[in-house]
Write a protein that binds this ligand. Structure first.
Ligand SMILES: Cc1cc2nc3c(=O)[nH]c(=O)nc-3n(C[C@H](O)[C@H](O)[C@H](O)COP(=O)(O)O)c2cc1C
Length: 392
């Protein structure tokens, strides 16, 4: 289990540290909460320690334990200051150590992540810019701030970065395995829509969740990841360069265009296999009774990749209502992919998946039902072993 020392300073955004604590604990990360004395005006030690299931520390001298800043720092894999005030950043940049949190950060030989949050003019103040520049040069990592509505009712930069992005940055820093460093991934995800008229379409229930979990694991392990996304039920964090597409034809065009820049291509998008032969410019009227729609086959993107690929490793996904394994084996052979992930139709749009991983020349690996985030790790483990074997 990894340990994050979570330092919270006296910003109005301090309440978001509670949500962050929940998210990190959910991911099996141990949190040691530290509040600056001023931050206690914004969040109570009790709220933080209830969510973290760990005592909250605040003061250098009121604790019973001696040399507390060193003991805490030694336990950490990462010290994260979320949110960080202008005051905290300024003191750190100038070597002032007048509270416990500054003591921990000053004594730290662990990575330190800082997420500033403040009014836009405070953030744009040249004194602060100098302090941030100095800390970045010294190796301190920063995440955000971002644009948006600020607590002072203004719009602009200074808002604490979104919690999902902070969580992802923390997970990336504490991930020990960096076995995909230097590798470029192209991941397609989500569903396409094939319109019959301006308001009706053929599609499916794919949420994009599985593809995003794979993208996150690959990034944590050092890869550069680009995404091509159809429609999704989930938010794609701005950490990933992402191109949006609507239908299978657009997905085909974008995928083939981006293919040459990738070492590993993960084709997780659920593209429609059929599209209407004719698309009505206006909404089709219902008063003429039953309607017969003619459909034509869309191009099969995996088969197109087969003819255009160079040395890329290709991962395909196969989904069926019956004979899942047999059908995946057939597709794997026909489309020439290196790894095929077979999953039954019931897993579409869900949090969990029951998958089989097929790899050329190896027997199929069956997995019990598991979270898509856990399954993503298994897929990436398989990708890494093929990458190493084939020297991709
Ligand atoms: C209501 C209120 C909100 C504040 N919000 C912020 C903020 O978002 N960012 C910031 O840098 N300072 C903010 N401040 C100023 C800090 O609280 C002040 O600089 C404090 O001394 C910082 O203490 P610390 O850095 O030791 O936690 C705010 C102050 C008040 C009264």
């Amino acid at each position: 289990m990894k340990t994050v020392v979570l330092g919270v300073t006296a910003s109005i955004a301090a309440y978001k540290s509670l949500e962050l604590t929940r998210e990190l604990v959910k991911r099996n990360i141990k949190i040691i909460p530290i509040l600056t004395p001023e931050a206690k005006h914004f969040v109570t030690p009790l709220s933080l320690e209830s969510l973290a299931s760990h005592k909250t520390y605040s003061d250098f001298f009121t604790e019973n334990e001696s040399i507390i800043h060193i003991t805490i720092m030694n336990e950490a894999d990462l010290v994260a200051i979320i949110p960080a005030t202008a005051n905290f950043i300024g003191k750190l940049a100038h070597g002032i150590v007048d509270n416990l949190l500054l003591g921990i950060v000053f004594a730290s030989d662990k990575p330190v992540l800082i997420a500033p949050a403040m009014n836009k003019r405070m953030w744009q103040n040249p004194i602060l810019s100098e302090n941030v520049k100095k800390l970045k040069k010294l190796g301190y990592k920063f995440v955000g701030p971002t644009h948006g509505s600020l607590a002072c009712k203004e719009e602009g930069i200074g808002r604490l970065e979104e919690i999902d992005i902070i969580v992802e940055e923390i997970q990336t820093i504490i991930e020990d395995k960096k076995d995909l460093k230097g590798k470029k991934f192209l991941i397609t995800l989500g569903r396409t829509k094939e319109y019959l008229d301006p308001v009706r379409y053929i599609s499916n229930d794919s949420s994009g969740r599985f593809g995003l979990e794979i993208a996150k694991v690959a990034r944590r392990r050092g890869a550069e990841v680009s995404i091509i996304a159809g429609y999704t039920d989930i938010k794609i964090p701005s950490l990933f360069p992402c191109k949006r597409v609507n239908n299978t034809q657009e997905m085909e065009k974008e995928t083939l265009k981006s293919l040459k820049n990738a070492n590993i291509v993960i084709m997780n998008a659920a593209c429609s296999d059929f599209t209407p032969k004719n698309v009505s410019k206006d909404k089709i009227k219902k008063d003429k009774g039953d309607l017969t729609v003619s459909l034509k086959r869309t191009k099969d993107i995996l088969s197109l990749i087969k003819t255009k690929r160079k040395k890329q490793l290709i991962v395909g996904f196969s989904l069926d209502t019956k004979d899942t394994l047999k059908s995946a084996e057939k597709k794997m052979k026909e489309k020439g992919v290196d790894i095929m992930v077979a999953n039954p139709a019931i897993t579409v749009g869900r949090e969990n998946v029951k998958m089989i991983i097929l790899r050329k020349g190896k027997s199929a690996q069956r997995f019990n039902e598991m979270l898509k985030s856990t399954a993503a790790e298994k897929i990436i483990d398989t990708v890494v072993s093929v990458v190493q074997k084939k020297n991709i």
